[in-house]
Design a protein. Structure first.
Length: 767
């Protein structure tokens, strides 16, 4: 005999189907479709699986693209037991079933998702069409005009709502059996709208090449299911574009023809000549740009000896996505345009005027700093690069003072909100994010400031240039006025941008823009172990750490044996030792920076550990890999111009209202509300990735270095993390992992021709 508990366990592992009506949408994420429903099932729920007194009521969780109240659904899934919420039905598939009874049909029509239908009109429609109402809406919607009192305006509203609902419903039902989840269908609908289904049936690979965020492998399975032959030209063309999209995600701007042909031949059914033909077709259709380059290669011995020996010329065919080609060529043309135009601010005696400014500073400036100030007075464009403590801020203050003597219009900007605020605090001059400076639209699709409506400034200073990707630089230079002096500031040894390109490195290696490289560490900075050790790490040297607690040193290395011990030590440091010894607020002053997301010493697990101890709330809302509650520490992960919060901004949840499905985050002095539907813009941030910390500084940083992070451990990653700390840095890790990070200087050059383009436009090669 099977007991109730055995039956319950059996049902928890068996796929079953529930049919019923949506009573209430408890939670819905519009971006990924994650939904929590209060569902009224058609049949009673077994006592062993019931978490409510009502025998028909059940909580259902899963993915729905566009859930509506009073919607009739069939849900396929399994029963699960949640630690906090008890029994739930977790569904993996859903389909809409239409009500036939008049009362259910009335509730369905008046649920709110069909604009224009109120209770009285719903009654008249049902009286006219009865159980055929849904069929009429689907196949003969114009018959609604037969209803007395239903005008053209109301009909148009009903038709628009029903059409959108029908497209979404059909799209989900079509994609779901092919392994494409409803949250992906939301993206497809956003890209193709009402034409989505027709486009997919015509060419399923549009899911890969059309910015739908669906992998080639998924689209390939769908194409096979739809009967597309494996040797279809559409398949090969989509695969080539997917290779370029994958390269983009790794920071590359193009791939060589050789790389594409080699990869394409790994795809079954295709030969190299077919791949060449596909590349030509893509080029002719302007879906790719193919460009031939002659690259001169010299051996290291020839370069070192400045030999006059003829170097080998290598022919390369670069394959670009069209917008990346426009970015590269546009950047080069705009740099030439700016360099070729006279300065709007001219100095009668630059040497004397620059010298007069330097005399205002109480400390003696290094020769390189003086040169930078003079070059800013003389040059149209300038690069200033150097590590921490080398005096970049002093130069900027002096240059601003110099241009203010001429009543110049000055703009300061940085890639992130944190970097812009840090720039403003350091220079005591207003600074903005580049996105705000260019007046990006809320959706990020266009800028108000461009070549036809340029910025109004005589001096433009851009900080943290290593964080800028090729697309953002292109937009910035398009909006730069001809007479403007442009100064790029950054640390060439930090991590490159998350997006494609290597902007600062290419600007430097173009040998076209004047550059000042700062080496001297000033006395007040050299007293800091953070600054000294950062420079030693950058040189590939392992610092001789002095864990001197008596003098309250500002840099410690705490050795552990493994990732588990590292996580324990970090938890103790953040929650107890550092707040007790230094008085740091664990949420506002201490930031854990991890090389990786996964593992015991990764971002996800450390966030969970620290959150449980620092803020043990029971009332929370779950979102993907984060959980939010009152007083949690969070980070904004994308620019939101409506809310005026930006990628990298950190704050504290100061109000949490589950019933209103809303919370409020305090970002410094700003209070910003979020509905629960908007929480995919936030992550909990007791621990964040080192990449996410770029452009920010924190009073104290704690950094795990363990062998399980092996493949991510490299010099510029550690250098970037260390230079985020202002008052204290604690490395917690294995000594072999520390050695690996310092000695491993991964020379992963990103594929870009930007430097050569800039150089060749400025100094055309002799033919």
């Amino acid at each position: 005999m099977i007991t109730d508990s055995q039956a319950s366990k059996q049902q928890e592992t068996t796929t079953t189907e529930l049919t019923g009506v949506v009573e209430k949408i408890i939670f819905h994420n519009t971006k990924n479709g994650y939904t929590v429903l209060l569902f009224h099932a058609d049949t009673s729920i077994p006592v062993t699986l019931r978490s409510r007194r009502n025998k028909h009521q059940v909580t259902c969780v899963g993915i729905l693209l566009n859930p509506e109240g009073h919607e009739h659904l069939a849900l396929k899934g399994t029963w699960v037991t949640h630690d906090q919420y008890g029994h739930q039905f977790q569904f993996s598939e859903s389909r809409e079933i239409f009500p036939t009874k008049d009362s259910a049909l009335h509730a369905y029509l008046t649920s709110g998702f069909i604009r224009g239908i109120g209770p009285a009109l719903a009654t008249r429609i049902i009286n006219a069409f009865g159980s055929d109402t849904i069929t009429i809406l689907d196949t003969e919607p114009r018959r609604l005009l037969e209803i007395e009192g239903l005008g053209k305006k109301t009909f148009d509203a009903i038709l628009e709502s029903w059409s959108a609902h029908t497209v979404i419903r059909d799209l989900v039902l079509f994609l779901q059996p092919h392994g494409i989840l409803p949250q992906k269908a939301a993206r497809v609908y956003a890209v193709y709208g009402s034409e989505a289904l027709a486009k997919i049936k015509e060419n399923p690979y549009c899911l890969t090449i059309g910015n739908c965020d669906i992998s080639f492998e998924k689209a390939d399975i769908l194409a096979k299911d739809l009967g597309f032959p494996p040797d279809s030209p559409l398949r090969l063309e989509a695969y080539i574009i997917s290779l370029l999209l994958q390269a983009r995600d790794k920071g590359h701007v193009y791939l060589t023809k050789e790389q594409i042909l080699k990869q394409s031949c790994k795809l079954a059914e295709f030969r190299e000549e077919q791949a060449e033909e596909a590349l030509l077709r893509l080029g002719e259709d302007e879906r790719l740009v193919l460009e031939r380059w002659d690259i001169v290669e010299q051996s290291n011995e020839e370069k070192n000896a400045n030999s006059d020996l003829s170097a080998e010329t290598v022919h390369e065919e670069a394959c670009y996505l069209p917008h990346f080609y426009r970015y590269e060529t546009g950047i080069a043309k705009n740099i030439l345009r700016i360099l070729s135009s006279p300065k709007s601010i001219l100095f009668n005696d630059p040497d004397a005027e620059a010298e007069a400014i330097t005399q205002r500073f109480p400390l003696n400036l290094a020769q390189a700093q003086k040169e930078a100030i003079l070059m800013a007075a003389k040059s149209k464009m300038l690069i200033i690069t150097g590590g921490p403590g080398t005096g970049k801020t002093t130069i900027l203050k002096a240059v601003i003072s110099l241009f203010k003597t001429k009543k110049a219009s000055i703009q300061l900007a940085a890639p992130t909100g944190k970097a812009a605020r840090r720039m403003q605090e350091a220079t005591q001059y207003s600074a903005k994010t580049i996105h705000r400076l260019l007046e990006f639209s809320p959706d990020g699709e266009y800028c108000e400031r461009n070549e036809t409506n340029p910025l109004s400034c005589d001096l433009l200073i851009i900080d943290e240039v290593s964080m800028i990707d090729i697309g953002l630089l292109h937009k910035l230079l398009k909006a730069t006025p001809l007479g403007c002096t442009v100064i790029f500031v950054g640390d060439m040894y930090q991590l490159p941008s998350v997006g494609p390109g290597q902007v600062l490195a290419d600007l430097i290696s173009s040998h076209t823009l004047p550059m000042v490289k700062l080496y001297t560490i000033f006395r007040q900075s050299s007293e800091s172990a953070i600054v000294r050790y950062a420079h030693e790490i950058n040189k590939g040297q392992v610092p001789k750490f002095q864990n001197d607690h008596e003098t309250r040193n500002d840099f410690y290395f705490l050795e552990v044996k493994n990732a588990h011990e590292a996580a324990d030590t970090i938890t103790e440091l953040v929650t107890t030792r550092l707040p007790g010894y230094y008085g740091f607020d664990p949420c506002r002053d201490i930031q854990v920076l991890s090389p990786m997301h996964m593992g015991e010493a990764g971002v996800i697990e450390l966030n969970k550990r620290l959150q449980e101890i620092l803020n043990p709330q029971t009332d929370r809302v779950e979102r993907l890999q984060s959980s939010f509650g009152y007083l949690d520490k969070v980070m904004q992960i994308r620019n939101n111009y409506d809310k005026e919060v930006f990628n990298g901004d950190t704050g504290i949840i100061v109000d949490f209202q589950p019933k209103r499905r809303e919370l409020i985050v305090q970002f410094e002095e700003n209070l910003v509300p979020y509905s629960f539907d908007e929480l995919d813009e936030l992550i909990t941030s007791y621990a964040i990735s080192i990449h996410k910390s770029q452009g920010s500084e924190y009073p104290c940083v704690v950094i795990p270095l363990v062998s399980t992070h092996w493949w991510m451990l490299q010099r510029n990653l550690l250098y970037t993390a260390v230079t985020r700390g202002k008052k204290l840095v604690c490395l917690v890790g294995e000594r072999k992992a520390l050695f690996q990070a310092i000695r491993h200087k991964r020379d992963e050059k990103r594929l870009t021709h930007m430097a050569q383009r800039i150089h060749d436009l400025r100094y055309p090669p002799h033919i």
